[in-house]
Design a protein around this ligand. Structure first.
Ligand code: NAD
Length: 477
């Protein structure tokens, strides 16, 4: 019976993949996947797991970005019958409700759920001009949520902050990092996956982290998050030889934001999360990236500004004249916003660049050699990281757990991957990679006394694997 079921399952998956491949437009593939998820969850997950390299760009970056922009028009079936439950768990005192079906947004037509901006705006007018007290301030609302979650689900529930803007993202992480199990993928997940790629790249280029110099274009959540984790790892490595406190490590890292190089003289006007990067003594005032490269002479260039085509031929050539093997990470998404393409990075560096990007690029042929570039995909980290926290019953996230996760990821890059120019392992092995990351994170949680699942399992990798969800059909006979 079990064999029959699994044979049926395999056939279903084959047919569905065939159907999905008929769609030429990525958004259509996304919609087909969403239909499957709604219809049969097990099938959806099995399909995704078995075709992860092909389907991840459909359900995640870059297609999910387009799906969000068009969410109003692709939204299929609302979840009905949940209002009472939502209202019961909502705020205690409500005075005004603005309701819309989004069907006739003035001048714009039917925007569906994207029309939500209008009622939100009108409620703001009630408060700002009508004197109606807002039911809760942002911080109060968040605090109520955080407290309720912990009260209801306990201290081991992992809360992942997603897509919060800069000022709130850093503050929330700092505020709740000491009382809740919180993780911000945009800051911590990105930092871990990028540093894992850098650690792997160093095996190709040589030298320790402290022997390299880093320049970022973009000093937001991704840029400053990565910079801080590099400095932490640098200090950790140096502690064995009793040197390099964090401040000293930070001095190897420079960032350029929309106003130019971040330096001491800009300190007053900098947002607080940029202040640690305002170094002194400063070179001549520098606005353009190319001038920053000439002044700083970095060995690693990282793009995290969200602005495309900023790693120009001149920029890549400057990096290549300074370094035998320049490390170039073009992290901005989607593909159209990538700082440069893989093809440009290899061609403009005469095939010498070690390149990885935020959005995927296909193989590139340059002067008869085929180059494969890695994708710094957050999914490499957050899946295994979250699993590690859960299987150990961790109650807090500690920076050393992030370092453990990224070291585990970097260790999964094989010589065969390096030979092709890859600084990340192939995504096809994501379950195995995640199990190793989970085991390292859990081991660190036990070591730090932050784990509550006792006793500690003997073989954490095997335990992590045994805890993973397996979407197979069950036989009820
Ligand atoms: P953010 O808004 O927090 O930060 C953007 C930063 O870029 C800000 O410091 C801003 O001042 C700076 N900036 C804007 N325009 C600039 C310009 N013309 N020149 C120099 N700096 C400029 O955004 P974020 O969350 O840090 O994300 C930035 C980019 O990184 C996005 O494109 C995002 O998709 C990408 N990202 C990639 C990964 C990944 O590869 N795994 C993960 C996270 C984010």
């Amino acid at each position: 019976m079990t064999d029959l079921l699994s044979c049926y399952f395999t056939k279903q998956i084959k047919k569905l993949m065939h159907n999905i491949r008929q769609y030429q437009v990525p958004l259509q593939k996304y919609m087909a996947m969403m239909d499957i998820q709604e219809m049969n969850e097990r099938l959806f997950y099995k399909l995704l797991m078995q075709n992860v390299e092909e389907l991840l760009p459909v359900v995640y970056t870059p297609t999910v970005g387009e799906a969000c922009q068009k969410y109003g028009s692709i939204f299929r079936r609302p979840q009905e019958g949940k209002f009472l439950r939502c209202l019961k768990i909502g705020l205690r005192k409500i005075e005004v409700i603005v309701v819309t079906d989004g069907e006739r947004i003035f001048g714009l037509g039917d925007l569906g759920c994207q029309g939500m901006g209008i009622p939100v705006g009108k409620l703001s007018l009630y408060t700002a001009l009508g004197g109606i007290r807002p039911s809760a301030q942002y911080a109060e609302l968040l605090h109520e949520f955080m407290t309720a979650v912990k009260q209801n689900y306990g201290k081991k529930v992992l809360i992942q902050f997603e897509d919060f803007a800069n000022h709130n993202a850093f503050d929330l992480l700092e505020k709740y990092g000491t009382t809740h199990l919180v993780f911000n993928d945009d800051i911590q997940g990105t930092a871990s996956v990028v540093l894992a790629g850098l650690m792997a790249a160093l095996k190709l280029v040589g030298g320790s982290l402290a022997e390299h110099k880093f320049l970022f274009l973009g000093a937001g959540e991704a840029g400053t998050g990565i910079a801080e984790l590099i400095a932490l790892e640098m200090s950790k490595q140096a502690r064995t030889c009793n040197e390099a406190p964090l401040e000293q490590s930070r001095k190897r890292i420079w960032l350029v934001d929309s106003k130019g190089l971040i330096v001491q003289s800009r300190m007053e006007s900098l947002q607080h999360f940029k202040k640690p990067w305002a170094h002194e003594p400063e070179p001549e005032p520098v606005k353009a990236l190319i001038d920053a490269i000439k002044a700083i002479k970095p060995t690693v260039l990282i793009g995290s500004s969200g602005v495309g085509r900023t790693f120009t031929k001149e920029v890549i050539k400057a990096m290549s004249s300074l370094n035998e093997k320049p490390i170039i990470l073009a992290l901005s998404n989607p593909t159209s916003q990538s700082e440069c393409t893989a093809e440009e990075a290899y061609a403009w560096s005469q095939g010498r660049a070690i390149f990885a990007s935020g959005s995927p690029f296909g193989p590139v042929e340059y002067e008869g050699k085929v180059y494969l570039s890695g994708q710094a995909n957050n999914a490499y980290i957050f899946l295994g990281f979250g699993l590690g926290l859960i299987i150990s019953g961790a109650i807090r996230v500690h920076d050393n757990m992030l370092l453990a996760a990224l070291e585990a990821l970097a260790a999964q890059v094989t010589q065969e991957n390096f030979d092709k120019g890859l600084v990340y392992p192939p995504f096809t092995n994501i379950k195995k990679i995640s199990a190793h990351i989970a085991a390292s994170v859990a081991a660190k949680a036990y070591e730090l006394g932050l784990a509550t699942r006792l006793p500690q399992p003997q073989n954490l990798v095997a335990y992590a694997e045994s805890c993973m969800y397996s979407p197979n059909y069950r036989s009820y006979r």
